[in-house]
Each structure stands twice: as C-alpha cells, then as structure tokens.
Design a protein around this ligand. Structure first.
Ligand code: HSE
Length: 436
C-alpha cells in the first residue's frame, strides 16, 4: 500500500526526535500501522542552521504554509507551539483536508473547541497525545482505556520543568534560577519559561485532561493557576518534617457542587507514589469509580519521549484513514453533542486542607489570638509548630496544617491574621491533598 506522507511544522527538539524514531523503528511502525509513514517535508525557522539529524531526503522550507498547502502531504504534524502561526497552519491544514497531529497544549486548551468542530465537520482527525505529559499515553488511557468509568478526580505532576526545579531545591538544596537555567539547556522548558514556573503550561494540560475525563468543553479561563515561584526552601523543609513533599500538581475533581480545576504547589503525603516522582518525570493519578486509582508515570518532556507520543498518534491517524469518520474515537472522548455544561467552581468554593506559615512576635498570647480566628471561622487545626527564625529571638515562625475547609473561609481567616499587629508580613498558604 502507498506510504502515508507527513509534513512537519518545526524541526527542533521534538521534530528531530520524530524523524529519528520514525527512521530507527520504521519496520515495526509499518507493521503496526499497516502502511509506511514517511516525512517528506519540514518547515524550519532558519534554513541555514546546522542540524544534528540527516534531513537530506526531506524538502526543507521556511514557509509553514507551503507544507500545509502541499498536495502531496496527507498528515501535518504541528510542532511550532503557541497559538499564532500554529493555529493558522492547523486550520489551513484542516481546510485542505489534511489530518493533524499536534504537541501544542496551548492551541488545544485555548482553541480546541473550534479546531475539533472544524475537524469533525470535515471527517478529519486532530490527534494530541503528546500535548499532555510528553511520552505518557495519558490521553489514550483516559479516553479509551478508562471509558467504562465515571472519573471522580485526577491529579498530575504535568510540568516537568517545575518538578525538576522543586526536586533539585528539595534534594540538592540548589538555587531556583540555577536549576531553571539547566532545565532550559536540557530542552525541557517552554520557549517562555514563565509558562512553566507560573503554572500556565500545567493549566493548559489540566484543561485537556479535565475535558476528556468529565465530558466538558475545554475551559482554560476557569482554571485556578499558581506556579512555583513563591516556594521557599524553608517550606520544603517544614513540609518534610510533617511527612509531606511539595509538588506542583494539576487537580480536576468532580464534586456535588461542580468541577474543581486548579494547578498549584501542593503538599502530598510522602508515602504516596506520586510524591516520589522526581526531576523531569511526570505522573498522573486517575480515580475511576470502577477501576479505583490508576497511576501513569513517565518522561513528560524531551526529544524522543515526546516523539514517542507524536509517532503513536501518526499510527492512529494512519489506521483512522481507513475507518468511517462517524465511528472514530471522539476528540474529547465523549460524543460532541453530549458534552455537559457542569459548573467550574471558583477557587473560593474549593474544599481542601492547608499548610500555613507566618512570622510572628515571640510573646505570650500571640498563638491564642491566631487560633481564636481559626475557631471563629470553623477551621480546625490538625498540627501546629513553632520554629525559631534564626538570629532574631523576638521573632518566630508558626507553621500549621489545617483540616479540610472551604478556601473562602481560610482566605477570610488569613486576612484577619495579617491585620494582627503581632504578625509580620503575609501568611504563606499552600494546599494539602491526601490523594487517598
Ligand atoms: N515545558 C514542558 C514541561 C514541556 O516542562 O513539562 C512538555 O510539555
């Protein structure tokens, strides 16, 4: 049978990995797909740049649209990133009747509803396994492997760069900026690393996971987002003393009131497997009503791990080419006309436990005033501890864990505590999840 011809948009870290994997494993991939998959063209940013892969049999161009408009090409693989040229190119590829594979989480999270609608109307596939958690087949697992289940919640370490930084700060006592520079050099970080450390990349990925888990449309603007920039090494150390690790987590939970969608640093009991997922590795824990908890672990970034997911999507697209468009796996797991409009809860209505740290004057009655505020708000304290704060004997840190409460009550309590004249500056707040 005729080979399926691929046009790549982008030949950087992931694009090079795709070419290497397709060449090295060509025989096995052809046996699986039923047809040969060949990259015939690629759009690059700078033709004069030297490349570390052999691209002699590939037409190279600086014009992404010439690839998208090339009648020889069956499937476009979008690896440009962002939602500028990448979005125009994906839309034009679909208009030209080409299937699309993309690793672009921002594009799917922000424009997926429109893109899937267009693809659906034209009987085309847009595959995006590599957009979430790199090489881990998490989209396929939730969309197909868990399709018998009502998904109750999922929690994931879905930004490798943040995990790398937190791990190195925690295990190696290293400095934030130094580790970030290393993650950039290793090709893990986004083009704009603020997307990693401020939680945007994780929020894009969580938007996608929640949609396929709960059968809701993609709603990036409703995700509560906090990154790792305010994590201090003392919080990592105090969390350890309490038996927790701090991880940057994306959480989606179905509750009776609505859906929780949030990404933020989180204390996780150290005994949980996911608390021990370190460096650039990703993991997603999914709780289904029938299967119970399932955990998916693997490389969340990097050239060949991400290429592994891109090429798997290519194999799926090649198989789909010969099937009836009405009977393919729906883009967002649920049939498009059955997506629900469940409410996404504001963060003030989320219920969870908290770790708090505050700097206070060291004198009798200070603790009593603080605990009285918690009592008034109906917030129960699980553990409380006083820590010396170095040279200044007049000043100590109070570190505590609360039991589950509504975030709005805790915000009110923190506002009152910060107004006490015995409390210095702001209260540090981190969320705690038992994930049991
Ligand atoms: N910057 C991303 C990360 C790459 O660090 O996880 C994979 O999406």
């Amino acid at each position: 049978m005729k080979a399926v011809k691929i046009g790549l948009l982008g030949l950087g870290t992931v694009g090079s990995g795709v070419i290497a994997v397709l060449k090295r494993n060509a025989d096995e991939i052809t046996r699986r797909a039923g047809r040969e998959i060949v990259v015939v063209a690629a759009a690059v940013r700078d033709l004069s740049k030297p490349r570390d892969i052999d691209s002699s049999d590939i037409k190279l161009t600086e014009d992404a649209f010439s690839v998208v408009d090339d009648p020889e090409i069956d499937v476009v693989v979008e690896l440009i990133g962002g939602d500028g040229i990448a979005l125009d190119a994906v839309n034009r590829a679909l208009d030209n009747g080409k299937h699309v594979v993309t690793a672009n989480k921002a594009l799917i999270a922000l424009h997926g509803n429109q893109v899937f609608k267009k693809a659906q109307s034209k009987g085309l596939v847009v595959a995006f396994e590599s957009a979430v958690a790199g090489g881990i087949p998490i989209i396929k697992s939730i969309r197909e492997g868990l399709s018998a289940n009502r998904i109750e919640w999922l929690a994931g370490i879905i930004n490798g760069t943040s995990n790398y930084i937190l791990t190195q700060m925690s295990e190696g006592g290293r400095d934030f900026d130094d580790v970030l520079a290393e993650a950039q050099a290793l090709g893990y970080a986004e083009a704009d690393p603020a997307f990693d450390i401020e939680g945007t990349d994780a929020a894009h990925k969580l938007t996608i996971l929640a949609s396929i888990a709960f059968g809701i449309s993609l709603q990036f603007s409703k995700v509560y987002q906090e990154g790792i920039t305010n994590i201090a090494s003392e919080d990592i150390a105090y969390a350890r003393e309490f038996g927790y690790r701090i991880k940057h987590l994306g959480l989606a939970r179905m509750t009776d009131e609505g859906v929780e969608l949030r990404v933020h640093p989180t204390l996780i009991p150290e005994a949980r497997l996911i608390a021990n997922v370190n460096d650039v590795m990703n993991a997603v824990l999914v709780q289904g009503d029938a299967v119970g908890p399932t955990l998916y672990y693997g490389a969340g970034a990097g050239s060949e791990p991400t290429a592994s997911a891109v090429v798997a999507d290519l194999v799926d697209v090649v198989r789909a080419i010969t099937t009836d468009p009405e009977n393919r796996v729906p883009h967002l797991a649920f049939q498009p006309d059955t997506l629900s409009d469940l409410e996404i809860l504001p963060i003030s209505e989320v219920r969870t436990a908290y770790y708090l740290r505050m700097s206070v004057i060291n004198r009798p009655g200070v603790l009593a005033a603080i605990t009285e505020i918690f009592g008034d708000k109906g917030i129960s304290i699980a553990t409380i501890s006083q820590k010396d704060s170095g040279e200044d004997e007049q000043r100590v840190s109070i570190v505590l864990l609360t039991q589950n409460t509504r975030e709005g009550y805790l915000t009110d309590a923190i506002e009152q505590i910060e107004q006490l004249d015995t409390v210095y500056g702001s209260v540090v707040r981190l969320r705690v999840e038992s994930l049991s």
